[in-house]
Design a protein around this ligand. Structure first.
Ligand code: PHE
Length: 441
């Protein structure tokens, strides 16, 4: 492509830019790989019958997930805007407002409870540093910890403060540099821990449970959970990819980058599954209650693994440190997207947008922290606050956001225009997936 044309097609110079394809892939991978892979994926897989969940998850990732990543990124690049602005480029009526805002609001609701879980990670890291590996491995430790509201608020506030500091203080590039080293380390350590877990006596049952689909276990809830997890893990349907797409040049190969991110993100999720699910069988005899433990699964299972291994304290420290970093890069991307949507759409300054987010954090994160302790008696649709926010965003709002993007591409922008955008810089081999979504026309 000649350079004049490239210049003309590039987003306006006032927007941030990635340094090229590598910078873009690292940023998207940093956003994608986080607690979703290590904490959320294993507990859902354990809860929704292992192999069946994994199969549905993989199928959805290479089809629907792929289509959405490419669409969001291409729409962001085409318009040079974050989600609300991108939808407004094509229309100003109610459906366009809705489509843009539903994508923009999701990260604002996720980041607070994400920081609560981030706080749990900091707490476990601190305990390993203090040498308390046996204490953490005790059966009722986690239950006691999350019931202690004061302490939970403190760890949440600590993690959230860290995220705000990075976003406000502009040390993001430093964090990205460190995460380039930490990510490969995370893979190596996860491989080691997974190898240890799957070779414990009794663990093979867990490996089978996780990897082999059992058709009898199919249920629509499995599909809903796997789809929500796919959105969550790949950072889809929450404006992030629109925003990142608006930062890339017309020469960045969207298809190749998408494939790399998908492979990397899924590999880490599977490794996390192999660390945690076989351990449930080896250390808790495959107890159905433990398998269905939900959000607490990683925090009750991994300490048992670390406690049983040589150098468990060192492994615990390094592991939780790496998870902390992965969580931090994802939380930064969530907060960054929220802040930039608020700045762009409400025409306010960054500090003001941060203040709004502090308020949202305090309410949503605060109630999430207290929901297992002093607010234990208050349930929303039968769920604790944190579980409710997770359900609301993943199972309700993200599917709406995703459908809005599909409708925008298929009914308004037109597939041909999207294809032309992608093909500015890459082959578009999986374009054959799109007509599948056009069947309903
Ligand atoms: N994908 C991240 C994870 O798996 C969560 C996230 C979602 C981060 C959206 C940024 C934006 O943990």
């Amino acid at each position: 492509m000649n350079s004049d044309r490239r210049k003309q097609n590039e987003p306006s110079s006032s927007r941030g830019r990635f340094s090229g394809r590598l910078g873009y892939v690292l940023a998207v991978a940093g956003s994608a790989v986080g607690l979703g892979n290590i904490w959320r994926f294993p507990y859902l897989a354990a809860k929704y019958d292992g192999g069946m969940f994994l199969l549905v998850y993989l199928l959805l990732t290479v089809t629907f997930g792929y289509v959405l990543i490419v669409s969001e990124t291409a729409l962001g690049r085409m318009t040079g805007k974050s989600p609300v602005g991108a939808f407004h480029t094509f229309g100003r009526t109610l459906p366009f407002h809705f489509g843009g805002w539903v994508n923009a609001v999701v990260p604002m609701l996720i980041v607070p409870y994400y920081c609560v879980i981030g706080g749990w990670v900091v707490k476990y890291l601190a305990e390993y540093i203090a040498g308390n590996k046996a204490v953490l491995a005790a059966d009722d430790y986690f239950g006691g910890f999350i019931a202690n509201s004061g302490s939970l608020l403190l760890w949440f506030a600590l993690f959230a403060a860290l995220v705000f500091l990075v976003v406000l203080g502009g040390v993001k590039s430093g964090v990205e540099r460190v995460s380039k080293i930490m990510m490969p380390m995370l893979i190596v350590l996860a491989l080691m821990v997974a190898a240890y877990s799957v070779t414990r006596p009794g663990a093979m049952e867990g490996v089978k449970y996780f990897l082999i689909p059992n058709l009898e276990n199919f249920s629509w809830m499995t599909v809903v959970a796997a789809m929500g997890q796919m959105f969550y893990s790949l950072s889809i349907a929450m404006g992030v990819l629109y925003t990142y797409g608006s930062y890339i040049g017309k020469d960045v190969d969207i298809e190749k980058s998408t494939t790399e991110v998908e492979v990397f993100d899924t590999a880490i999720a599977i490794l996390a599954g192999l660390m945690i699910i076989p351990a449930v069988f080896a250390f808790s005899g495959g107890d159905p209650d433990t398998l269905k433990a939900g959000p607490s699964l990683m925090f009750i299972t991994l300490p048992k693994v670390f406690d049983s291994m040589g150098m468990g304290t060192a492994v615990g420290i390094v592991f939780f440190l790496l998870v902390l970093f992965a969580a931090l890069t994802s939380a930064i991307s969530l907060l960054e997207t929220s802040v930039s949507s608020l700045c762009d759409e409400l025409h306010i300054s960054r500090p003001k947008a941060c203040l709004i987010m502090v308020a949202v954090m305090a309410v949503v994160g605060g109630t999430s922290s207290l929901g297992y302790g002093v607010l234990d008696g208050v349930k929303l649709l039968g769920m604790a606050f944190l579980d409710f926010y997770d359900f609301l965003t993943n199972s309700i709002m993200m599917p709406m956001g995703a459908i809005a993007t599909c409708v925008l591409v298929l009914k308004v922008v037109g597939f041909e225009k999207l294809q032309a955008e992608v093909e500015l810089s890459s082959a578009f081999r999986r374009n054959r997936l799109y007509p599948v979504y056009q069947i309903y026309r």
